[in-house]
Ligand binder design. Sequence first.
Ligand code: ZN
Length: 210
Amino acid sequence: MSEQQQKIDLVNLARSLFERGYSVGGAGNISLRLSGNRFLVTPTGSSLGRLKAEDLSVLDSDGNLLEGKKPSKESVFHLAMYQRNPACNAIVHLHSTYLTALSCLDNLDPSNAINAFTPYYVMRVGKLPVIPYYRPGSPEIARELSERALDGKAFLLANHGVVVCGSDLFDAVDNTEELEETAKLMFLLKGQNVRYLTDDEVNDLKNRGK
Ligand SMILES: [Zn+2]
């Protein structure tokens, strides 16, 4: 796939997420791994609904700007995750409503904020480790995500939002949508007697893959 096509895909997927209410204002950022140890990242202060292919930031692995506008200040943690996890080729970071609401709850299990109650969550994401609260853009977020990048595909940033990896951009977006839907169901089910999947059921899904 050409680099121009990758830029167009990013712009179109970002707009689709924005139009369906997954992000508002200038919140959220998306990136993908290009060839030659370079990375495409959404620019700072940009709305996911109004990106332009020519404005997207191209960075090297040290975060130096090679093309486009100044990158999101959160690009630091995107680069840290790519460096640590070679299977991660795209990252979606959102402050989407239900996952951000979840991230504001106290006493979340740091190893997994959502226990499995649908097979789709298990097949797409599996678990949701929690990164403690740090100021957005803080190097501490990048450090923690780098240390835990191999613990899962998605991470909840306390009092902030979610970070989701994928094998490519489409996979990362699909994983994000499934995860937001799972968080929404979790709130709908709050206070009700939920039947969680058993360990055997979860292992059966993991062994079969998608
Ligand atoms: Zn953020």
